[in-house]
Write a new protein. Structure first.
Length: 142
């Protein structure tokens, strides 16, 4: 008999809400068996657990859920692994390009921010007059 999981088991293991797991199910990323009266209970297989793990990994890499689903479904069919890997590499390359572009934009923003900070500090230094201490005041009067 194979190992099965309840929605609560997967939610605890992956630190997700049951609602998130049902959402992934609605998208077709998970396909649990339905049991009980009216099929109200979900029973997840080891395959579902693996698909959930891959979905979360894809999200961490910045892939959309649609992209994750396409890639995961490719691995469900043992047809041409070369084509599957090529598609995966293409998706990763596109995301790498997007992230590198975002990094460039962020670096430009940081550089601009540093320039404004430097200018503001210089202006502040010109406008703030030194505060005389009590000792300096007494020495001036004497």
């Amino acid at each position: 008999m194979s190992i099965t999981y309840s929605i609560g088991d997967l939610a605890r293991e992956f630190d997700l809400t049951t609602r998130a797991i049902r959402f992934y199910e609605d998208l077709g990323l998970l396909e649990p068996q339905r049991t009980g009266p009216g099929g109200r209970s979900r029973v997840y297989s080891g395959r579902d657990r693996t698909r959930l793990k891959l979905t979360l990994r894809a999200k961490r890499l910045g892939l959309s859920l649609t992209e994750a689903k396409e890639i995961i479904q490719m691995y469900d069919s043992p047809r041409d692994t070369g084509a599957q890997l090529k598609k995966f590499l293409d998706v990763l390359a596109a995301h790498r390009k997007q992230l590198e572009s975002q990094m460039t934009d962020l670096q430009a923003n940081l550089d601009e921010l540093k320039t404004h900070e430097k200018e503001a500090r210089a202006l502040l230094a010109k406008t703030v007059k030194p505060v005389k201490t009590a000792r300096a005041t007494k020495a001036t009067k004497a």
